[in-house]
Structure formats: C-alpha cells, structure tokens
Ligand binder design. Structure first.
Ligand code: GLN
Length: 491
C-alpha cells in the first residue's frame, strides 16, 4: 500500500469510500508521521486519543453510508482556533493553559463534515509575524532546505505550523488565518496551496482576534482541489459573527478543471518592484503565459495606491490589535502575575505574558489611536484603505476577472536571518499580500516553481469579492502547468 500520508484529500476520500483503508489506519499513519517529525515543531499539541476516537466514529459512519464530505480526513488546526476542551493558546504565554469551553464555528463545521483532529499547530504569537519565530513555543522548521545546505529555514508565518505540517505530510490539510498574508506567504514558502477567502466568507467566531476587520480563516492544502474541498466545509454564514455574509456556499470543487478561456487576467504594473529578484519576475511571466496558453487574456492594469498598502496596514492592524488584546488583563484568561494591587497585576501580567513583537504592536496601536494622533494616523490610514479598495474595484469594473502577482518577494529565509535589527525588514514579506486584506478580497497562493537554490516560489491570484471559484479554476491551471512539488524528507 502506498504511504497513506502522501495521498491527497481527494485520493483519500476515494480510498475510504472504496474501503482500501480505514479512517483509523489513515489517522494512525499520520500520528506516526507526527511523532517522527517533532524536530519540525509544527504541532504545539498532539491529540492522538481524540484523533483515534474521531476516526473510529468516521469509520462507523462510512460503513453505514453516512460519512460527510470530509469523513475520516485527518487535519491539523492552527492554535488560533478555539477547540472545545482542548488547549488553545494563540502561541502566547498570556493565554497559558486556556481550555476553551466552546468550539470555533469553522472547526465545528469541519467536525460536522467528519474530519479528524490530529492536534494544534504552531503559529506566530497572536498571528503577528511572517516567519513563525514569535511563537512562545519556538520557531517552526520548513521541511524545505536550500540545495546542499542544512540551514534551517522558516516556513513563513503566521500560519507556519499549518504550512510546514501540510508540506511535511503531517496532516492532509490544515486551517489557517490571514490578516496580512499569513495563509498565502507560508503556502508560497512551502509549496502548498493557501487561500484567503473574501472577508466575511468564513466565520471569525471562536478564532483568537488579531485585527478584526482584516482577519479571515482559510485552508492550506497540497493541491488546489484539496483546498477547494476544505473551503466548502469551512465557509458559510454564521449569525454569531456579524461580519459573516449570508451567501450560499458553492461547490468549490466544481471549479477545478473548469475552462478559463476568455478570462481577463490583470497584471498590475505597481507590483514590479525595484530590486525584485529576477527569478520572481521570471516566474511571474511564466505564470502569465500558462494562463494565456489556457485561453485567458492578459491585460496590464494599474493599482496606483499599492505603495501605501503596507504603511497603512501597519497602522490599521496594530490599532485593532491593541484594542483586541486589551482583554488579556490577567483576570479573564490564562496567566496572572502576582502584584501588590490590581494595576500592578495588569502591568506585570501583560509585560510577562506578551512577547516583544506583540508588545510592539500594542504600543504602536495605542499610539495611533490616541487623542491628537488619531486623525493623523488611524483616520488617514482608513482613507488610504478606501483608495486601495477602489483601485481594485476600478480594475474589476473594466472586466478583469482576476489579478496575477507574485506571492512573496523572496523564497523562504533562514531562522534568525530577518527582522532582528529592523522589524520593517520582516514586514516587507507581505508587500504583495496585504493589499488583498485591506480590500477584503479573496487571494490564493499556488506553488509555481523553484528558485536557483531549489526553494519553492508561489504565485498569487486575487479575485472579485466572493468569486473564490475563479481563483480555484485559475489556480488549477497553474498547478497543472507547474506540476506539484513534494518536500524532500530528511528527518
Ligand atoms: N505578517 C503580517 C503581520 O505580521 C500578517 C500576519 C497575518 O496575516 N496574520 O501582521
């Protein structure tokens, strides 16, 4: 029998239905793989007992012909999603040993459809970061390495555990979240597929909040089809999240293999950065040619406010974060430090519980929201955000179906290599992805090639609101042309 962990979700679904193997066998194969790969630090909590129990239940349902669309499919869950009775920390010391008495809507829908929980996945603390180096559980290792080198590379962030686990065959797919690029950038760094749906497509209820007007959940998987399968279960209206939108969830999988003939693909000139590595530029034009060969029409488009997206994001996101993180006061959750009085208790708990990057965001956010600076920073950033959104609207109004860009300005880098002296160096990772969050649009990252050092690179497709289907169709064209990139196993 082939190694069960290397199957796609689509293959496994078939194998389970035809009784080639059981959900229990599939889960056991993954649990063994997780145990053998602890060096990657992708999981912060393994839940083997729960996994076997869920697999057993899935087998029973499959036997009765009642298995849901994800029956018996083992998944990893980013530790930002609240899981009932299972520790959820956002990889922050301040949440300590927090055990939620509730389940996030997105994960509850996965369990409703029969998926199996393997464990909780590492991420940057409160999803703040682009390298998974800010987690209180330590950094995650990317299964990919540079040719002929043992240097440990980051998997990207903040969904670094999700991307690493999917690439290293430690789960068949994973949940992730994206506030400024945290699904798409780690997907690009690990040769996996990641989609950030339209804002409002997936419920945010039960997901630890970072910047509520930007946060969206989405899947990371090994193929475009698998991402589409997971999206169908994750998406949907939820009255518990007032920003969730009541639009029927399409069968995203039906978009896989659909013709893209006649689609207009925008190539935004502002994404051609000075000093961008030649191989990224090359990959981008190759991707465009693949789409053209499939019958799409390429058009140059302009998104003139692109250059303001990153600075505006780093005002809006910290502002919302500082307000969201005010709830961690040493009283309601997790960590509480001893002190002489309540003020000192807040101060000690927050000083000890938050890592450096989170503290930096709280400071920036509090500053830009403070009286006297609010208009100059926060209000202005919100106006810029509207202009960014309008750039995209103008483009779509001209008949453009989707926009093709690189996913990241570089391939994966080494642990400790970036952002040490200057945090902006790290922030620049999201230069191609934050615009999409600012505009609330869907964006998918698909593996498209390798650089000269043998590291994967991804392309991004940005779509019209609630038109994830077009992204799946186009993503599949790129996947077919580029082929798939399994990570080399060295652990
Ligand atoms: N890297 C960005 C940040 O640090 C985005 C993170 C995310 O999307 N969660 O804010």
């Amino acid at each position: 029998m082939t190694d069960l962990t290397s199957l796609t979700i689509a293959d496994a679904r078939e194998g389970l239905a035809s009784k080639s193997f059981t959900a229990r066998e599939l889960t056991d194969a993954h649990l063994a793989a997780i145990e053998a790969a602890r060096v990657l630090n992708a999981y912060v909590l393994e839940t083997p007992d729960r996994a076997r129990e869920m697999a057993r239940a899935a087998d029973e349902k499959i036997a009765k012909g009642e298995g849901g669309p994800l029956a018996g499919i083992p998944l990893g869950i980013k530790d930002l999603f609240a899981t009932r009775d299972i520790r959820t920390t956002a990889c922050s010391k301040i949440l300590g040993n927090f055990i939620p008495p509730y389940e996030s809507t997105v994960t509850s829908q996965l369990w409703r459809d029969g998926a199996v929980l393997l464990g909780k996945l590492n991420n940057d603390e409160f999803a703040m970061g682009s390298s998974n180096e800010t987690s209180c559980f330590g950094p995650v290792t990317n299964p990919w390495r540079r040719k002929g080198s043992n240097t440990t590379l980051v998997p990207g962030g903040s969904s670094g555990g999700s991307a690493s686990a999917v690439a290293a065959l430690l789960c068949m797919g994973a949940t992730a979240t994206d506030t400024g690029g945290s699904i798409r950038q780690p997907a690009a760094f690990t040769a996996t597929v990641g989609i950030k749906p339209t804002y409002g497509r997936c419920s945010r209820w039960g997901i630890v909040a970072f910047a509520s007007s930007l946060d969206q959940a989405g899947p990371i998987a090994r193929t475009t089809r698998d991402a589409a399968i997971l999206m169908r279960s994750m998406a949907g209206h939820d009255p518990k999240d007032t920003t969730s939108v009541d639009i029927a969830v399409p069968n995203y999988e039906a978009a896989i293999g659909k013709s893209v003939k006649g689609m207009k693909i925008g190539i935004p000139k502002e994404y051609r950065l000075d000093g961008m590595p030649a191989e990224i530029e090359k990959l981008w034009s190759e991707g465009a040619q693949w789409l053209e060969a499939a019958g799409a029409e390429l058009v140059e488009v302009s998104l003139p406010h692109t250059k303001y997206a990153l600075p505006a994001y780093y005002i809006v996101a910290p502002a919302e974060a500082s307000s969201n993180l005010a709830r961690y006061d040493g009283v309601r959750y997790g960590l509480r430090e001893p002190a002489k009085n309540i003020i000192e208790m807040y101060e000690n708990s927050r000083a000890d519980g938050f890592g450096d990057e989170v503290r930096r965001r709280v400071l920036i956010g509090t500053y830009v929201l403070s009286a006297g600076y609010y208009d100059a920073y926060y209000l202005r950033a919100q106006k810029v955000r509207t202009l960014i959104k309008k750039d995209f609207e103008d483009c779509f109004a001209k008949g453009v179906h989707a926009i093709l860009t690189p996913a990241t300005p570089s391939a994966a880098f080494g642990i400790g290599e970036k952002g040490g002296a200057d945090p902006v160096e790290m922030y620049l990772n999201d230069i191609f992805t934050v615009t999409v969050n600012m505009a609330g649009l869907p964006g998918i990252a698909v593996p498209a090639g390798k650089d000269t050092q043998g590291l994967p690179l991804g392309l991004q497709l940005i779509g019209r609101p609630f038109d994830e289907e077009t992204l799946f169709s186009l993503g599949e064209v790129i996947e077919q042309a580029a082929g798939r990139f399994p990570a080399p196993k060295w652990w």
